[in-house]
Design a protein around this ligand. Structure first.
Ligand SMILES: Nc1ncnc2c1ncn2[C@@H]1O[C@H](COP(=O)(O)OP(=O)(O)OP(=O)(O)O)[C@@H](O)[C@H]1O
Ligand SMILES: [Mg+2]
Length: 326
């Protein structure tokens, strides 16, 4: 089963530039979470901080009792093996074929026999829909296939925590839809805790159990999907609408005068937006084990949530009409 990741009061700067400060959140065990945020807000820096590759100045990241910020390097290194990482650019070795790329972590970090490595690599390639492509070089396949190869490589060490940095960048809408389903199926199969960084509204609204958003050096929000998808917090709503109107500007932040002018124009919201249902595993896949745990967790926090989120949660827990058209 996936592991819980507890982030407490994390602050990261480079020189005099504060990237984000006092970030606290918990990635619940085995659930899928998405981290949103405009370009340059430090999402990649956040992922690197979780695995101990970058060192925040303050705060803790607790996994299985190990603090990925402050504990000795040896402990951090051991715990890093529990992670599977899918990088923003795929990060494949250009001169190695897909098989060798995906086998790389196993050859580097384990003493498994070549026959065992072969079994694992072929199984993971099958999982991401790359069966039969073992001999191809990264330069000979499409961007979407490179992404999936990166995902297969992230999976060979049986990770309990999977971090994906913009798995959808450069994919067309159809590929993105397949990728969304792949991520949910993956979660159903291995019950790993997943954190996905994305700009893609389709993924954000259909894949995760939880959504968070970084903006202006703060984690503006992190919580169950129903809270974010019904939020009228201006930054969140603007991002999910993909609109120019709101606090996020071209150079990330708008000045107060522009915002005031926009606010004066804005119509009051008359109804809570309807939220799209979360994706379910494909037919034949096991159920996601996180679903039952999440239901209990979300129900226990229900009274503390805003009314539109409460309504959305209660609706989502009603039995779905099978075969009803959407
Ligand atoms: N090693 C580093 N040294 C100095 N500054 C860095 C370093 N890594 C990142 N930064 C700075 O931190 C900020 C956040 O970068 P980051 O790559 O995390 O953004 P991001 O949210 O992932 O953006 P995008 O959506 O474009 O990928 C940027 O201003 C970047 O220049
Ligand atoms: Mg990034």
């Amino acid at each position: 089963m996936g592991l819980e990741v507890v982030v407490e009061g994390l602050t990261k700067s480079f020189g005099r530039q504060t990237i984000w400060r006092d970030v606290s959140l918990t990635l619940p065990a085995g659930e899928v979470s998405v981290l949103l945020g405009p370009s340059g807000t430090g999402k990649t820096v956040f992922l690197k901080s979780l695995i101990g590759l970058l060192k925040p100045e303050r705060g803790r990241v607790l996994i299985n009792g190990v603090d990925m910020v402050n504990d000795p390097e040896r402990k951090i290194y051991e715990t890093r093996r529990l992670f599977g990482l899918m990088f923003q650019d795929g990060a494949l070795f250009g001169s190695m074929n897909l098989f060798d790329n995906i086998a790389f972590p196993l050859r580097e970090h384990t003493r498994k026999k070549e026959s065992e490595i072969r079994r694992i690599v072929l199984e993971r390639m099958e999982m991401v829909g790359l069966a039969g492509q073992e001999r191809k070089l990264p330069g000979q396949i499409s961007g979407g296939m490179r992404k999936r190869a990166g995902l297969a490589r992230a999976l060979v060490m049986d990770p309990q925590i999977i971090l994906c940095d913009e798995p959808d960048s450069g994919l067309d809408p159809v590929r993105t839809a397949y990728l969304s389903q792949l991520l949910i199926d993956l979660n159903a199969r291995i019950d790993a805790t997943m954190l996905i960084v994305t700009h893609n509204i389709e993924i954000a609204s259909t894949v995760p159990d939880n959504i968070g958003m970084l903006f202006r050096r703060d984690l503006v929000t992190f919580g169950p999907r129903e809270v974010l998808l019904t939020s009228d917090e201006p930054v969140v709503a603007q991002f999910l609408r993909g609109s120019r109107q709101g606090p996020i500007g071209m150079s990330e932040e708008k000045d107060a005068a522009t915002l005031a002018a926009e606010a004066a124009l804005q119509l009051p919201r008359t109804r809570v937006p309807e939220i799209v249902p979360q994706l379910e595993p494909s037919p034949g896949m096991p159920e996601r084990k996180a679903v039952a745990r999440r239901r209990e967790r979300v129900m226990s926090m229900l009274p503390t949530l805003p009314p539109p989120a409460q309504e959305a949660i209660v609706t989502s827990l009603l039995p779905r009409r099978r075969g009803a058209s959407l």
